[in-house]
Design a protein around this ligand. Structure first.
Ligand SMILES: Cc1cc2nc3c(=O)[nH]c(=O)nc-3n(C[C@H](O)[C@H](O)[C@H](O)COP(=O)(O)OP(=O)(O)OC[C@H]3O[C@@H](n4cnc5c(N)ncnc54)[C@H](O)[C@@H]3O)c2cc1C
Length: 306
């Protein structure tokens, strides 16, 4: 029920203003989101880098419904990459990009050109791009775009979702030398025909995929907050004799920060997925919907007594 409540208020401008206007509310926002602009994104990136964490920055924008919006997203990322370079932060921070934000559904060729321009800006800045995974109807097109981009920008990262039945096979295809692959559980509602439905089946698939990636030639990026899966990944890294720099853990900014610090202190490379942008409120509500345990923070933050 709480989940639906948070999803229902995700579009409420009034609640957004309330959260933003209280000091504690803005503290909660800051825990999960860098802020609404590139300036704040750079400042938070620097703080995380100072703590020994790498970053993947993602811009939160409106749903892209026009070619002009897609062009603006491209410009946002290109400008951000230039600023990361100037600030000396490019070695610590890459960017994550959703092809839907670049207009994949409107004009696939134009979206590819935008993604290419962002990859070129990243290469010039001295960093990389990872293409986020979205709903299963886009998986083939996204993987085709990835392979095309990798011809000129071989370090472009892929994301594979363990809940999809096809993913173990995709892991085999992508577990090749130099191939950066983020493995996550998957975040979109998907039908039984294409996706495992029970958490146990998703976890089992995650472990099978992890085995393929860790035993392969590529660079696995283990994106989960799940303590059991993190422990299994630590074990597989040892088993397959991978040293630091041959795999990494990835967690969302603000989620299990103590675990991020523990992994980093243990000698693992850890990258934090750091969102920023004007559309931070919907993102925040989706995080609360996923994890109603965070409601306490939220309630305290917007309570008039705080
Ligand atoms: C870096 C990163 C990038 C991602 N990129 C994509 C993408 O491109 N496409 C996509 O579809 N999805 C993406 N996701 C989302 C992902 O698919 C999952 O929806 C999300 O990570 C939740 O799954 P989980 O593996 O953390 O485990 P869950 O099943 O959500 O949680 C398992 C366990 O983890 C612990 N846990 C989880 N959250 C918390 C918390 N807030 N506080 C304390 N403990 C917690 C609890 O013990 C919980 O029981 C990404 C996730 C990360 C971390």
């Amino acid at each position: 029920m709480l989940r639906s409540l948070f999803l229902a208020v995700a579009g409420s401008a009034r609640l957004e203003r309330l959260v933003e206007s209280t000091p504690a509310g803005s503290g909660v926002v800051k825990r999960f989101v860098a802020g609404s602009g590139a300036e704040e994104a750079l400042a938070t990136t620097r703080e995380l880098a100072d703590d020994g964490l790498a970053v993947s920055l993602v811009h939160l924008g409106d749903t892209t419904e026009s070619l002009e919006q897609a062009q603006a997203v491209r410009e946002e990322y290109v400008a951000l990459l230039g600023r990361l370079h100037t600030a000396g932060l490019a070695p610590a921070a890459e960017v994550s990009v959703k092809l839907s934000a670049l207009g994949q559904r409107l004009d696939e060729k134009a979206a590819f050109q935008h993604a290419r321009a962002i990859c070129a800006a990243a290469a010039e800045a001295g960093t990389t791009v990872t293409l986020d995974a979205e709903d299963h109807a886009t998986t083939d097109a996204t993987l085709e775009t990835l392979l095309e981009l990798r011809r000129d920008f071989p370090s472009t990262g892929a994301v594979l979702q363990a809940y999809l039945r096809r993913t173990e096979g995709d892991c085999r295809e992508l577990a090749v030398s130099g191939s950066r692959v983020r493995l996550c559980k998957g975040a979109y509602p998907e039908p039984e025909s294409v996706a495992f439905q029970s958490p146990l089946d998703v976890d089992k698939s995650y472990v099978r995929c992890l085995n393929v990636l860790m035993s392969g030639e590529g660079y696995p990026m283990v994106a989960t907050h799940d303590p059991r899966l993190i422990a299994i990944a630590e074990d597989r890294a040892r088993w397959f004799d991978r040293s630091t720099g041959e795999y990494e853990f990835q967690l969302l900014h603000g989620v299990r920060p103590e675990e991020q610090a523990r992994l980093a202190a243990g000698g693992h490379a850890v990258r934090v997925y750091l969102p920023y942008g004007k559309q931070w409120f919907g993102y925040l509500m989706r995080r609360f919907a996923e994890r109603p345990g965070n409601v306490a923070h939220f309630a305290r933050a917007i309570s008039p007594r705080t």
